[in-house]
Design a protein around this ligand. Structure first.
Ligand code: CTP
Length: 397
């Protein structure tokens, strides 16, 4: 972390006392740390402690001693912005763009990645309002460290403890260590649903939003890869400007775009939910309502992943997805073999919070040789980190 510029934003929670250790550990690991505190944070820990540890003035208001603390400059200066502890109020303000203190002003100006370590009592953490705000932040690309379970300041036991300073430093170390890890690698990602037209106004589709694949594309791009994202119809798009997005609509279009890019790629991740069948004929005019029933003849779409699995070179890595409702492991293993993947990511629709139209996912990664890794329920952004870590083991061998 030598020379990395980190903003440490501290908001008003009893966990603020741990921010001193966090600051100390970040400085010790070589980072240049600028501390920002809300007024409430200063009631829990003295700015003097933090300025001594960071060897820098601490900013606790937008204006101090008639000078303007340039929040825009600070927002551009940092390589990473860590908010720890992040209280329910600070999370709410960040989620809604309320900019009434130095911490939230810098947040709105920051172009660097932002990570929060929430800290609050268990009911506040579980409250729908807090969870909605967390979802909004995750949607905006903010990373969230998991909250710990244990005794809280209220005396209650439950979820809501701030991640330990050592965990936050480990996160930051991993974050910087993985930067540019995939430089020089070209990676293809397929994502989203496909729409198979019945006529000019109707199609056969599925509930995929593309969120998981887009999060993967962003994470790979953050790690320095040249990413080509073949994306089916969705309103979502990658945050990273460096992701080359090829928009497609049908399974056939996705197949053509993939076939074009795949040969030059070092790896491909097939996360798209491709319609297995398409209508044999798409009417050129709107189909009119006539009889009591109608039949549509469907024909098989190309299996993109399987087709690429057949032509893949020994140096190319391919990764598949399996979204299953029953006999999950068995089905995923069959797909791993059949489509010649190096590993497959399994998510079960039986797991709450996993699959389509959700901000979270719960996965298992199945490698060849029956090695299986099970992961906790996480935001799709954090799942993308796990998938990129798994890919690293193959790609950087
Ligand atoms: N896949 C693909 N092209 C298709 C169908 C699937 O590239 N026409 C890819 C998906 O992106 C995923 C993997 O194959 O990585 C498994 O997809 P899935 O829909 O689970 O598999 P299917 O072979 O379609 O099996 P089924 O729908 O019968 O479960």
């Amino acid at each position: 972390m030598q020379g990395k510029k980190i903003i440490l934003g501290i908001s008003g929670s009893i966990a603020a006392y741990k921010a001193a250790t966090l600051c100390r550990l970040l400085v010790k690991s070589g980072a240049d740390v600028q501390v920002l505190m809300t007024e409430n944070a200063a009631s829990f820990i003295s700015p003097l402690t933090l300025s001594t540890l960071s060897k820098k003035n601490v900013f606790s208001s937008v204006v101090s001693e008639s000078a303007w603390n340039n929040h825009v400059e600070l927002g551009l200066w940092a390589d990473l912005f860590i908010v720890a502890p992040a209280t329910a109020t600070t999370i709410a303000k960040m989620a809604h763009g309320i900019c009434d203190n130095i911490l939230t002003a810098v947040y709105l100006s920051a172009r660097c990645p932002v990570c929060i370590a929430p800290a609050m009592d268990l009911d506040m953490w579980k409250h729908k309002a807090t969870q909605r705000n967390i979802s909004l932040l995750l949607e905006s690309g903010v990373m969230q460290l998991p909250v710990g379970y244990g005794e809280l300041a209220s005396g209650l036991y439950g979820e809501g403890r701030m991640a330990e300073p050592e965990e936050i430093v480990a996160f930051a170390e991993h974050f910087f260590a993985s930067e540019n890890q995939f430089k020089g690698k070209k990676i293809l990602v397929t994502a989203g649903p496909t729409h198979e037209p019945l006529d000019p106004v109707r199609f056969i589709g599925n509930r995929s939003t593309g969120k998981m694949g887009i999060a993967i594309a962003d994470e790979l791009s953050r790690r320095g890869a040249e990413v080509n994202l073949v994306l089916g119809p969705t309103d979502l798009q990658p945050k990273s400007k460096n992701v080359r997005t090829i928009k497609v609509s049908t399974g056939l279009e996705m197949y053509d775009a993939t076939k074009e890019v795949f040969p030059e790629c070092d790896a491909a991740i097939f996360s798209a939910a491709v319609a297995d069948y398409r209508p044999l004929y798409a009417a050129t005019c709107k189909i009119k309502k006539e009889g009591e029933s109608m039949e549509v003849q469907l024909v098989k779409n190309p299996d993109i992943a399987a087709a690429m699995g057949k032509i893949k070179k020994p140096s190319q890595i391919t990764v598949g997805f399996a979204l299953e409702t029953d006999q999950e492991l068995e089905n995923a293993k069959t797909k791993l073999e059949k489509k010649n993947f190096d590993f497959i990511v399994l998510n079960s629709l039986k797991d709450e919070g996993a699959g389509f139209q959700s901000d979270t996912n719960k996965i298992s990664i199945i490698h060849r040789g029956n090695k299986i890794e099970n992961y906790q329920l996480k935001s799709k952004e954090n799942v993308a980190v796990d998938i990129a870590d798994a890919l690293k083991l193959y790609l950087l061998k």
